[in-house]
Design a protein around this ligand. Structure first.
Ligand SMILES: [Zn+2]
Length: 295
C-alpha cells in the first residue's frame, strides 16, 4: 500500500469530508453559478467550507475542483482557466487543512457520455489528463475520481490521474436497478471492483447514491471483491423539492447511526456526499470515537 494511505489507515477508519456543492450553496453560491469558478472569485468562502470540515474532524478533505475539466468549463466560458482553477482549488484546501488533514484533489465526470456519442474515450482522457496535471502541479496528497456512473469514463480518469504518480481513489455511484446496487450503466459492485483492481486504482469505493443505509451492503460487496482500501461517501438520502428548495431527508444523527454498520462492512474511508455538512462529520466523528473506545 502507498505510504500515505498506510499512515492514514493504520489506526482504523478515516473520516473524510462531507458535501461541497450544497455547502457552497449555503455560503451563497446560486444554483446557476459554477462552483469551481469560486476558487478564483470567492476564495474565502471556499476556504471556509474546507476549514469547517477540518474543524469537524475530517482527516481527509477534498478540493473544489469536481467540475474543473475542460469539457465542463467550456460550457461556462472558462476553458482557458483549467490550470488556474485546479491549482487554486488545491491551494485553498491545503491552506485550510493547516497540516491537520490530507488534501485529496477531486475529479468528477465531464457530463458527456461515450455511449451516446457525445464524446470519445480519447477526448475524455485528454480532458482528465489536463486536469490531473494541473492539480498535481499544486501537490495534493492524492486524487479522487468521484461520482462516476460509467466505468469507461472512470477508467479514463484513473489512467489520466495515474500519470501524476499520486495515489488514486476511484468511486462510483450505485443508485440503479431494483435494489439500488448498480451503477446507472448496470455495473455491480463486483464488476466495478474487478475492473478497477485490474486498472490499478489504489482505493475503490462508492459515493452519492441513495443514502447511507443502501451503501452498507454495497460496501460489504466491494470489500469482498478487493483487498484495496474502501472509500464510502453516501449522500443524505434522495433529495426532494419543497417550496422550491432542495431538501435532504437524512439528519446528521441518522447518518451517524449507520456509521458502525459501514465500519463493520469494511469501509476504510468514511464521509458524506450531497446534503451532508460539517454537522454530519462531527456526528460521525463521535460515533467513530465511541467505536474505538469499545475495542
Ligand atoms: Zn453527491
Amino acid at each position: 500500500m502507498n505510504a500515505l494511505l498506510y499512515d492514514l489507515l493504520h489506526s482504523g477508519p478515516v473520516l473524510t469530508d462531507g458535501a461541497w456543492g450544497t455547502e457552497l450553496q449555503a455560503h451563497g453560491l446560486a444554483s446557476d453559478d459554477f462552483p469551481d469558478a469560486w476558487n478564483l472569485t470567492h476564495p474565502d468562502q471556499v476556504t471556509a467550507v474546507a476549514r469547517a470540515y477540518v474543524e469537524a474532524g475530517s482527516r481527509v478533505i477534498l478540493t473544489n475542483t469536481f467540475g474543473a475539466n475542460r469539457l465542463r468549463l467550456a460550457g461556462h466560458g472558462l476553458a482557458e482557466q483549467v490550470a488556474e482553477i485546479n491549482r487554486r482549488g488545491v491551494e485553498l484546501s491545503r491552506a485550510a487543512a493547516q497540516g491537520r488533514a490530507a488534501v485529496f484533489a477531486s475529479i468528477g465526470p465531464t457530463g458527456k457520455m461515450i455511449l451516446s456519442g457525445d464524446t470519445t474515450p480519447d477526448e475524455l482522457r485528454a480532458a482528465f489528463e489536463e486536469q490531473a496535471l494541473a492539480l498535481a502541479a499544486a501537490k495534493p496528497d492524492a486524487i479522487v475520481v468521484e461520482t462516476m456512473s460509467d466505468l469507461e469514463e472512470a477508467k479514463a480518469a484513473l489512467a489520466a490521474a495515474q500519470t501524476t504518480r499520486l495515489p488514486v481513489v476511484v468511486c462510483m455511484v450505485f443508485d440503479s436497478g431494483k435494489d439500488k446496487d448498480r451503477t446507472m450503466m448496470g455495473a455491480t459492485p463486483e464488476q466495478v471492483c474487478q475492473e478497477l483492481n485490474t486498472a490499478g486504482a489504489d482505493v475503490i469505493g462508492a459515493n452519492c447514491g441513495v443514502g447511507i443505509e443502501a451503501y452498507v451492503p454495497v460496501c460489504r460487496r466491494l470489500r469482498a471483491s478487493t483487498d484495496r482500501p474502501i472509500w464510502i461517501k453516501p449522500n443524505a438520502g434522495l433529495p426532494s423539492v419543497e417550496g422550491g428548495k432542495v431538501v435532504y431527508r437524512t439528519t446528521a444523527a441518522e447518518f451517524a447511526a449507520h456509521v458502525p454498520a459501514l465500519v463493520e462492512a469494511g469501509a476504510n474511508f468514511i464521509g458524506g456526499c450531497c446534503g451532508t455538512n460539517p454537522e454530519f462529520i462531527r456526528a460521525a466523528q463521535r460515533t467513530l470515537q465511541s467505536l474505538r473506545g469499545q475495542t
